[in-house]
Design a protein around this ligand. Structure first.
Ligand SMILES: *Cc1c(COP(=O)(O)O)cnc(C)c1O
Length: 364
């Protein structure tokens, strides 16, 4: 029985392979497996259980809370930190580590009284100008919090790279140097590299690195795919043909009738749409894989369906499986066609899409 509804297959053998690729590049670094946004749509609990890493990283306290239900022991780093003393206490009770990116957060830690000291990372703005303490604030809070009973000493120092995916932009080296030059940095654990930093910049291969997208087999560099770096796609999104029509030249397809058949053609309808996370802006010509063959999207993407030109595939029938991205059809390519990045595609898989796991570990 074919699967008539969208299903995202999450291949944990590929996930573990990608982690091994990372470990080869940074054999001397410790790894935070970044599992924010439900592990970029791959299922945070399952991904965490499969990854042999010393720590996991999420963006927010709520994500840490949820992950702690299944991941009992590993440190969880909250990349965005928390914003109240109550939340510091909750994070400490959950055995979380905190990024501290504003003076107000640092001040709260200084004032609070914790039963046991918490591990923290001073997040420094070295050039991204989004989150982070200034270099001067970082230097002075480093001294202050190194001698604070609430904090495990010494704090770590971290920074986030703004443009590491552009290999010609020297701002990445400048950012790394700025972090390393903070007075006292030599005595602290440093955390710099995201996926692009790990792959592209020697300087970013710090004591701790924070790979996200490359764990999932996707390249952080535009115009390339994960396979070029030895990575394997972890998510494959599939659905199947739910209807087939024989249209005449001049027939208009779908909403708005924006696509008009230039000649007689066989049109296939696939059960996936933007309500599942397929990008609505995917233009005519975006490839879909049927029986290993690429067919072009035609007409507009609707909520539950897309239409494709089946003229080239004589074997297609109702129930034939279609791959939207993943094995055999890189998500990077679909993202580029739709004017976005693969991060957004995998993260945007909707709740109604069934997820199936291959070679996953049992949840504790
Ligand atoms: C999301 C995130 C990462 C992971 O980035 P990738 O590009 O997915 O590797 C690392 N560090 C921070 C602070 C992040 O927010």
């Amino acid at each position: 029985m074919p699967n008539f509804y969208p299903i995202a297959t999450i291949n944990h053998a590929a996930l573990r392979h990608n982690l091994a690729v990372i470990k080869k590049i940074v054999p001397h670094s410790q790894i935070w497996g970044v599992v924010k946004a439900d592990a970029y749509g791959h299922g945070a609990a399952e991904v965490a259980a499969s990854l042999a890493v010393p720590g996991l990283a999420v963006a927010r306290l709520g994500e840490a809370k949820k992950l702690r239900c299944t991941e009992k022991l590993k440190p969880i780093l909250i990349l965005g930190g928390v914003y109240s003393t109550a939340d510091i206490i909750e994070a400490a009770a959950l055995n979380c580590e905190l990024a501290i990116h504003t003076p107000a957060q640092a001040e709260m830690l200084w004032q609070i009284e914790l039963a046991t000291p918490i591990k923290i990372w001073l997040k420094v703005n070295t050039g991204m100008n989004r989150l982070g303490l200034t270099l001067d604030q970082a230097a002075s809070w480093l001294v202050k919090l190194t001698n604070c009973a609430n904090v495990q000493s010494p704090p770590g120092l971290m920074t986030h790279l703004a443009n590491a995916d552009v290999l010609t932009d020297n701002i990445t080296n400048v950012q790394c140097q700025r972090l390393r030059a903070i007075p006292g940095a030599a005595n602290c654990a440093l955390s710099i590299g995201n996926s692009a930093g790990i792959l592209g910049w020697e300087n970013a291969r710090s004591d701790w690195v924070r790979p996200g997208i490359m764990l999932y087999g996707i390249s952080p560099f535009s115009g390339t795919i994960g396979e070029q770096y030895g990575l394997q796609p972890v998510m494959t999104l599939r659905s199947s043909l739910i209807a087939i029509h024989h249209c005449q030249a001049g027939d208009a397809i779908g909403y708005g009738g924006s696509y008009v058949c230039p000649q007689a053609m066989t049109v296939g309808v696939i059960g996936i749409g933007y309500g599942d996370g397929y990008p609505r802006h995917a233009p005519v010509g975006t490839p879909v894989l049927l029986h290993g063959q690429r067919v072009p999207l035609i007409g507009r993407v609707s909520m539950d369906m897309i239409t494709v030109d089946l003229s080239g595939v004589s074997t297609a029938q109702i129930g034939t499986e279609a791959v939207l991205w993943g094995e055999g059809l890189p998500a990077e390519e679909i993202a580029a066609a739709a004017g976005t990045i693969a991060y957004q595609l995998v993260t945007g898989i909707a709740g109604r899409v069934q997820r199936e796991f291959i070679a996953a570990c049992r949840l504790s």
